[in-house]
Design a protein around this ligand. Structure first.
Ligand SMILES: [Zn+2]
Length: 325
C-alpha cells in the first residue's frame, strides 16, 4: 500500500488531502470523482491510512505502526469497505453502515467507510445514507468513489467535499509503470499511450491480459475492409458479448483509426499510440483519406455513446460494422 507522497500524478488532489490532515480539518465526507482506473481508490486507501495511523509522520502515514499494518493487510476493525453487491449497493448495506456509525471506534482513532462505485447506490440506499452523511459523529470519515458523479443525487454531492481526479498524463503513466513494474521506458510508453489515461488499464496491458484483446480489436479494421456483410454481423456478435467488451473494442478501434490518421498526416511513428504496429498502420493508412477516417472515428464515438446509454449493444455494433465494410 502506498503512502500519499508516493501517489503518482494527482498532485493537486494529494495536496488538498495533506492540508486537511496537517490543519486537522478533515471533512466528514469526501467524494473522489474521476474516470475509472486513474487512482481514486489507491489515493483513498493512502488517505485512510494517514487518518488511521497512530504515529503519523507529518501529513502522511508512518507505514509501520500496528494501524498501518492492519489496514495494509485488510484487517483494520475501524475501516469498512462497501461495494456493490451484484449490480447495486442496496439499502441493507447502508443500514449496516448506519448501525456502526454511532458507536465509538474499536481502536480509539477514526472510523472510515470507503464506498466504491457510489453511483451504484439504489435510490432507496442513497436517500437512506443522506442523514448519516449530514451529521456523522466527529470520528467518522466517509470516502465515496465514483466514475459517474453526475448521476449521484445532488443532495449527496452537496454533503461531500469533492476531490477531482483527472485522466493521468502519458508522462505520469510512464513514470508509474517504470516505478511499479520496472518496465523499459519504450514498453511503458506503449501501454501508457493505449491506456486512455487509466493506470488500471495501463497495468492490465503491462500484465499482458489486454494485449490480445487489443490486437483483436485492431484487426477489425483490416477484416472489415476486406469483409462481407456476414463477417460484419459475426464480428459484431463476438464484440457484443458484454457491454464492457463492446466499449473496450470501440475505444481500441477509435485509437487505431486515430493512428491511421496521424500516420497519414505526419508520417511520424513517435506520435502513434500503437507504436509496435507501425508496419500495419502504414499499409492500412494508405487505404483511406483523412476525411473518411475522421468520419469513421465520429461514427465509432457516436456508437459508443449509444451503447453507454443502454442502446441494444449488438444492434449498435452491427450497424456500425456494416457501415465500415
Ligand atoms: Zn502508522
Amino acid at each position: 500500500m502506498k503512502l500519499l507522497q508516493e501517489i503518482v500524478g494527482h498532485k493537486q488532489s494529494v495536496k488538498i488531502l495533506n492540508k486537511a490532515i496537517s490543519s486537522g480539518r478533515v471533512a466528514h465526507a469526501y467524494l473522489f470523482a474521476g474516470p475509472a482506473g486513474v487512482g481514486k481508490e489507491t489515493t483513498a486507501m493512502s488517505f485512510a491510512r494517514a487518518l488511521l495511523c497512530s504515529h503519523p509522520a507529518g501529513e502522511d502515514a508512518c507505514g509501520i505502526c500496528r494501524e498501518c499494518r492492519q489496514l495494509s493487510s485488510g484487517n483494520h476493525p475501524d475501516f469498512c469497505l462497501v461495494e456493490p453487491a451484484g449490480s447495486s449497493i442496496k439499502i441493507e448495506q447502508v443500514r449496516e453502515i448506519q448501525r456502526r456509525v454511532p458507536y465509538r471506534s474499536y481502536q480509539g482513532g477514526r472510523k472510515i467507510f470507503l464506498i466504491r462505485q457510489a453511483e451504484a447506490m439504489t435510490a432507496e440506499a442513497a436517500n437512506c445514507i443522506l442523514k448519516t452523511l449530514e451529521e456523522p459523529p466527529g470520528d467518522t470519515v466517509f470516502i465515496l468513489l465514483s466514475a459517474r458523479p453526475q448521476i449521484l443525487l445532488p443532495t449527496i454531492l452537496s454533503r461531500c467535499q469533492t476531490i477531482y481526479f483527472k485522466a493521468m498524463s502519458v508522462p505520469d503513466l510512464i513514470r508509474g509503470l517504470v516505478n511499479l513494474k520496472g518496465l523499459p521506458e519504450e514498453e511503458a510508453r506503449l501501454y501508457a499511450a493505449l491506456s486512455g489515461g487509466s493506470m488500471g488499464r495501463a497495468l492490465s496491458y503491462a500484465s499482458g491480459s489486454l494485449m490480445a484483446d487489443r490486437d483483436g480489436a485492431n484487426a477489425l479494421a483490416g477484416i472489415l475492409w476486406h469483409g462481407s456483410p456476414l463477417d460484419a454481423v459475426e464480428l459484431a456478435g463476438k464484440a457484443s458479448e458484454s457491454k464492457h467488451k463492446a466499449v473496450f473494442t470501440l475505444d481500441t478501434l477509435a485509437c487505431w483509426y486515430r493512428d491511421l490518421m496521424v500516420w497519414r498526416e505526419t508520417g511520424k511513428a513517435g506520435s502513434l499510440f500503437n507504436t509496435d504496429r507501425v508496419d500495419i498502420i502504414k499499409m492500412e493508412a494508405a487505404r483511406y483519406d483523412t476525411g473518411r477516417i475522421l468520419a469513421i472515428i465520429e461514427d465509432i464515438e457516436a456508437t459508443k455513446r449509444k451503447i453507454e446509454v443502454n442502446a441494444n449493444t449488438r444492434l449498435a455494433l452491427e450497424t456500425l460494422f456494416l457501415r465500415l465494410i
